[in-house]
Design a protein around this ligand. Structure first.
Ligand code: NOJ
Length: 748
């Protein structure tokens, strides 16, 4: 696929001259063309329609069910050629019934089965935001591969993942589903997850077609409010929101999903400049663009379409290939074509893409691929996938504070009070979109600790509080337990339903009842380790912020307990880093570490200097910025070497000595941030451009060589082109909180 950053340079959107370019047509196979030639308009509309699977329902998924019809009616519609894809069903037996119905249809076109598998199918992994904290594309790829094997074995071909929306507003609930606030991390993990889901050959029974979503800009919803409008400059779109899609497409993603949201006054589902001129014309994407759930019908509520037929017309003409759940294409496309309001070529083009997707998945040759009861038994909840889920969970945890080396705890000899609503709780382990996961399979924190403690009898567990409401007598019982212990572990934070889709918050704080519990724990004078549970960055305060030890533990999924125990007792070194900045207060949102320079930056040592950029009651800083996190050992940097002058278009080699100055082996993340000092547009105050994980034995020193790729120096210039502008760049090498060296180079 001819994708490079250069072909997203096009100035059409920037110059406001977006034209209605025809979508780039691509040749399909003879089989697909022959089928299209035989299809009626109704059959074409059927192939372009997908519905929530009622043949094999999976239980609670997020979408409010609109227009349910029941399993038998659905099978009849499949036989009649009115459905091209089913989503969010699960299990081989049901898949077989549905596929047999499709093959009993006039044209014998197989169904394709999709689902929202974002962080595990049956075995639930950490939420994607947590996994991003591992800063490890290879791990993300392997995790996605493991998830794909289990998912495909349950009769699925296609996942609506990864979500690659850059998320800089922690009020937005869907932060949980992506890789956080940084562009480079989003890009690398987008590509890695696509490679992992899809595997080496899409025709294999264990391949899962990937859907980088939501195209495009959803993360910038106004005020962080779910489903709100988006408005941004073309340069922001190209520098921040598009790059992860580019990398995901370049990795071969077979589909994308249009965002629900209004983009600059035109909802994406009706936005031809985005879905056709940009996605097809400029980016050259040839896969399927599926609408979001009922999103074409929502064009009526947006006030863009007069009625359902109008909504269907706008969506197909904008570039939506497949309509999700509304049924609008089935009901209206044939008449729209017959009346000349939609050219048949537009419908054929979409059908071509959908049938090509089915062909790429090998479904015409083997409609029963991934429908194998033996594989389902073998792969579901296998030892291998559980091991992988635990590894990822352990790698996702971020140690943010550890005063006086309170952690790791000894496995023996300490009386531990585990306090908080998430200590012995299974209901809140998985977090949002835990597709076919069963909360009962999860291992809670208490069980995880008991599995490692030399004497589990030294553990007492008290909830102390509910998630949002106090428990009668809860605080008193928790205080008594704390007083009888040597150390308090405080498992508090957000409930599983407080982040994810539809769960934006105005105050991103620990709920008041739990905050009160934390204050009561601090008042006991016992050392407190906060085990924070969350689907976003939180604004911490009081006893939670000031606790001597703090671990960000997100929603870690099924293996929560063992992973937390691995870290707490030092069986595994904490190596996670924050993929989102923890602010000082909710009102700072949106905020990211790579915000652009202001004309009145405060001096570093005087963040509240009068007349300089800050809020009246908060500096322009985070409590824990992007990348924060430490281990149980310390690292030091020395001997930074950066060339003084770099030729335009050349990579920048950077070399530095990293030393483990602590008493334990450990791993640190060495990263490089850049700032372009003078450019034609204001630049981020600093932005990550490269990183590598380095593992060193106690006392070991190693020279680390990193290259900053030339393209990482580029910006979208005032004329809309990606360009490296000559001049000076500041550079920072960071190897942990406060461990940093600064350099500079000049591009000529
Ligand atoms: C709505 C969500 O926005 C999207 O991410 C998801 O894939 C669809 N529903 C299908 O469940």
């Amino acid at each position: 696929m001819p994708l490079s950053r250069r072909n997203v340079l096009g100035a059409a959107l920037l110059a406001g001259t977006a034209t209605l370019l025809p979508a780039r047509a691509h040749a399909a196979s003879d089989r697909v063309e022959a089928l299209i030639a035989r299809m009626t308009l109704a059959e074409k509309a059927g192939q372009l329609s997908c519905f929530n699977d009622e043949v094999r329902p999976v239980g609670a998924v997020f979408n409010p069910v609109v227009d349910p019809r029941g399993g038998e009616a659905m099978l009849a519609d499949i036989r009649a050629g009115r459905i091209g894809m089913l989503f969010n069903g699960y299990g081989v037996a049901g898949a077989r019934r549905a596929q047999e119905a499709a093959l009993a249809g006039r044209l014998r076109i197989p169904l394709v089965f999709a689902a929202d598998v974002l962080h595990g199918c049956r075995t639930i992994f950490p939420i994607p935001l947590a996994e991003a904290a591992a800063f490890d594309a290879d791990l993300s790829e392997r995790a996605a591969r493991a998830v794909a094997c289990e998912t495909a074995a349950g009769g699925l071909h296609w996942t609506f993942a990864p979500m690659v929306d850059v998320a800089r507003d922690q009020r937005w609930g869907r932060v949980a589903e992506g890789a956080g606030e940084d562009v480079l991390l989003n890009r690398l993990l987008a590509a890695a997850r696509v490679r992992g889901f899809q595997g080496s050959d899409l025709r294999r029974a264990d391949a899962l077609l990937a859907t980088p979503k939501h195209f495009v800009g959803y993360g910038a919803v106004r005020g962080g409010m779910e489903y709100a409008a988006v408005d941004m400059s073309a340069a922001e779109l190209r520098e921040t929101f598009l790059p992860p899609f580019l990398d995901a497409f370049a990795a071969g993603a077979g589909a994308t999903m249009a965002s629900f949201t209004d983009f600059g006054g035109v909802p994406v589902s009706a936005n031809r400049p985005l879905l056709t001129d940009l996605l097809r014309g400029e980016l050259g994407f040839q896969g399927v663009c599926v609408s979001d759930y009922d999103a074409d019908r929502e064009l009526i509520a947006h006030g863009i379409a007069a009625d359902e037929a109008d909504a269907a017309r706008l969506a197909i003409l904008a570039g939506i290939d497949m309509s999700m759940q509304s049924g609008l294409f089935v009901r209206h496309l044939p008449a729209l074509v017959e009346s000349g309001r939609v050219p048949v070529a537009a419908v054929d083009q979409a059908v071509r893409r959908v049938l090509t997707l089915k062909e790429r998945l090998g479904l015409f040759n083997d409609p029963f691929r991934s429908i194998d009861a033996r594989a389902e038994r073998r792969e579901t909840g296998s030892v291998a996938i559980k091991r992988m889920a635990r590894k990822v969970a352990t790698r996702s945890i971020v140690l943010l504070r550890n005063d006086g080396d309170l952690l790791p705890l000894p496995r023996a000899g300490k009386r531990i009070a585990l306090i908080g609503p998430f200590g012995a709780d299974k209901a809140n382990l998985n977090g949002p979109w835990s597709f076919a996961g069963d909360a009962k399979d999860g291992i809670d924190v208490a069980s995880g600790l008991r599995g490692v403690m030399a004497d589990p009898a030294l553990l007492t567990v008290e909830a102390g509080s509910g998630v949002t409401e106090p428990l009668p007598g809860g605080t008193a019982r928790a205080v008594a337990a704390a007083q009888a212990a040597d150390v308090v572990l405080l498992a508090i934070g957000e409930g599983g339903d407080m982040s994810g889709e539809g769960n934006s918050r105005t105050e991103i704080v620990v709920p008041a009842a739990q905050q009160a519990l934390a204050e009561a724990m601090a008042a006991t004078g016992k050392p407190v380790v906060v085990l924070l549970r969350h689907g976003r960055a939180l604004a911490l305060s009081g006893a939670v912020r000031d606790a001597p030890a703090l671990l960000a533990t997100w929603f870690l999924g099924e293996q929560t307990g063992p992973a937390v125990a691995d870290i707490l007792f030092g069986r595994v070194e904490p190596t996670g880093r924050l993929p989102v900045s923890f602010p000082l207060t909710s009102g700072q949102q949106p905020w990211s570490y790579d915000r652009r320079s202001t004309g009145r930056p405060p001096p570093d040592d005087q963040p509240m200097a009068p007349g300089r950029s800050h809020w009246r009651d908060a500096p322009d800083r985070a409590l824990y910025p992007f990348g924060s996190g430490m281990g149980y050992t310390r690292f030091a940097l020395s001997d930074l070497s950066v060339p003084a002058v770099v030729a335009t278009g050349a990579d920048v080699p950077v070399s530095v000595m990293v030393r483990n100055v602590g008493k334990r082996a450990g791993t640190t993340l060495v990263r490089i941030d850049l700032h372009d000092r003078v450019a034609s547009r204001t630049r981020p105050v600093r932005q990550m451009k490269a990183f590598v994980r380095v593992t060193l034995a106690a006392g070991e020193t190693r020279r680390i060589d990193l290259r900053i790729a030339a393209r990482e120096l580029a910006l979208v210039a005032s004329d809309g082109r990606w360009r490296v502008e000559p001049g000076a760049f500041d550079l920072w090498v960071v190897a942990g909180d406060g461990v940093e060296m600064q350099g500079a180079f000049e591009v000529r």
